[in-house]
Every structure is written in structure tokens, then in C-alpha cells.
Design a protein around this ligand. Structure first.
Ligand code: RB5
Length: 146
């Protein structure tokens, strides 16, 4: 699995924690910033990651900002992306099982690095359940393709 990860200035600590976790678990990933340039705009980081997932260059994307809200709104504008804003382990699991989400968003001003690490780990390790859920996400794709 190949993961693209990025954050704005509000999500740097969690991004580094998750990058470290992916190193430890041998999960291939590329870090798309931000760096230490100070205050940046979250769409400039969310959209390139979401596009790379949508075009198949990466299997999954992880985005962190202060609340995760700006990142999730931006990512979900990209056709083919199903981004979930998640702050608990149960939702992390369910959004993979039922929604086949390909991008995960979290907010560093909402949860701590330890929980974010667990959420990301469960989200990366859980497979889509398929079955009736395939029909449901197909309806989203059909709407996108209208
Ligand atoms: C940046 O201050 C903050 O607005 C951003 O990180 C995020 O929370 C937006 O949704």
C-alpha cells in the first residue's frame, strides 16, 4: 500500500507521529508537507493529495489540519475521493468497512497524537467489506459521473 500524507501548520505534530508509525510498520508513504513556512492554506495540501489518490498514484491519503474539517471538505471535492473526518477508533474501522474511504482527515486541535496514531493504524489495516456497501458507494460515483 502506498500512502500520501500532508498537513497544514495546524497538523504537523500528528503528521510526524503517523509518518513515524508508517515507518515502523513498513508502510510505503510520501510526505507532501507542509514544512516550516508558517501559516499555509489547507486546500493547497488537501487537493494535491486527494488528486494523487483519485488518479491511482497512491492507494490512500491522510490529511491533518487544526480541526480536519477544511482538509475533509477540500479532499471531498476531488472526484473519486471518499474522505472521512475521524476522531475515534470505531469510526475509523467503520468508514473502511462500509464506506471504503480512501482519504482520512483528522484535527490536531481536537485529538492527541496517541489517538490519531491508533485511528490511522486501524484505518490503514481495515479492508472494505463490500457486499451491499458496494452498491451504496456506487451511487455516490454515479452522482459524480452524471
Ligand atoms: C488553520 O488555522 C485552521 O483553520 C485549519 O488548520 C483547519 O482547522 C481548517 O479547517
Amino acid at each position: 500500500m502506498k500512502v500520501a500524507i500532508a498537513s497544514d501548520h495546524g497538523g504537523i505534530l500528528i503528521r510526524k507521529e503517523i509518518t513515524k508509525m508508517m515507518d515502523e510498520l513498513d508502510i510505503e508513504h510520501v510526505d507532501f508537507g507542509c514544512g516550516d513556512e508558517g501559516s499555509v492554506d489547507y486546500p493547497d495540501f488537501a487537493i494535491p493529495v486527494a488528486e494523487r489518490v483519485a488518479n491511482g498514484e497512491f492507494d490512500r491519503g491522510i490529511l491533518i489540519c487544526g480541526t480536519g474539517i477544511g482538509m475533509s471538505i477540500s479532499a471531498n471535492k476531488v472526484k473519486g475521493v471518499r474522505c472521512a473526518l475521524v476522531h475515534d477508533v470505531f469510526s475509523a474501522k467503520m468508514t473502511r468497512l462500509h464506506n471504503d474511504t480512501n482519504v482520512l482527515a483528522m484535527g490536531e486541535r481536537v485529538i492527541g497524537a496517541g489517538l490519531a496514531r491508533e485511528i490511522a493504524k486501524v484505518w490503514l489495516e481495515t479492508e472494505f467489506e463490500g457486499g451491499r456497501h458496494t452498491r451504496r458507494i456506487q451511487k455516490i460515483a454515479d452522482y459524480e459521473n452524471r
